[in-house]
Design a protein around this ligand. Structure first.
Ligand code: THU
Length: 160
C-alpha cells in the first residue's frame, strides 16, 4: 500500500484588472456571452469564451429547459460550438464568468464536473493545455494552467 499526494496549482488574481490585456478581454467576452444566457429557472447566468489558435473567440452560455436535465452549461455549449465550427483549431484559453439575478456572485465560479470532463477530452485531443480563467460577477479571478489541473485522475480514452 502506498499513499500518493496529488497537488494542483491555481493562481488567484484580486481582480480582473490584474489580468494581462489579452486575458482581460477574453473575460470581457465571457461577460458579454453571459448576458445572453437563457437561465429563467436558476436565474444563474454563465458565459464562456474560448480563444482559438487562429485568434477566433468562440462563446457559449448556459441554456436551460423546463425539463431541467435537458439544459446545458455554458462551457460545454462553448467547447462544442468551437469543435463543431473549427474542429482542427487548438483552444488556447477559456474564460468563464457567472452572475445571478438574486445576489451578487463575488467568488469565482469553477466549471462543474461534467464540463471539466468534456473540456479534458479536447485538451487531451489537442495535446496542449488549455488555460482556464474563472470568476463570478466581480472580485477575484482564478486561473489554472490546464483543464487537468481541475480534474486529477481523469477518465480518458486510454481506459477503453
Ligand atoms: N452552469 C454552467 O453553465 N456552468 C457550470 O459549470 C455550472 C453550472 C449553469 C447550469 C445551470 O443553467 C445553472 O448554471 C445553474 O446550475
Amino acid at each position: 500500500m502506498k499513499k500518493i499526494e496529488i497537488k494542483t496549482a491555481i493562481t488567484v488574481f484580486d481582480s480582473l484588472d490584474e489580468l494581462l490585456k489579452e486575458n482581460k478581454s477574453l473575460m470581457n467576452e465571457a461577460v458579454k456571452a453571459r448576458q445572453n444566457a437563457y437561465a429563467p429557472y436558476s436565474k444563474f447566468s454563465v458565459g464562456a469564451a474560448l480563444l482559438l489558435e487562429n485568434g477566433t473567440v468562440v462563446i457559449g452560455n448556459n441554456q436551460e429547459n423546463a425539463a431541467y436535465p435537458s439544459g446545458m452549461c455554458a462551457e460545454r455549449v462553448a467547447i462544442w460550438n468551437a469543435s463543431s465550427q473549427y474542429p482542427n483549431k487548438k483552444v488556447i484559453k477559456l474564460a468563464i464568468s457567472a452572475s445571478s439575478s438574486s445576489h451578487i456572485v463575488k467568488e469565482p465560479v469553477a466549471p462543474c464536473g461534467a464540463c471539466r470532463q468534456t473540456l479534458s477530452e479536447y485538451e487531451m485531443k489537442q495535446k496542449e493545455s488549455i488555460e482556464v480563467f474563472f470568476m463570478g460577477e466581480e472580485g477575484k479571478v482564478i486561473k489554472t494552467a490546464s483543464v487537468l489541473d481541475l480534474l486529477p485522475i481523469a477518465f480518458d480514452k486510454s481506459f477503453l
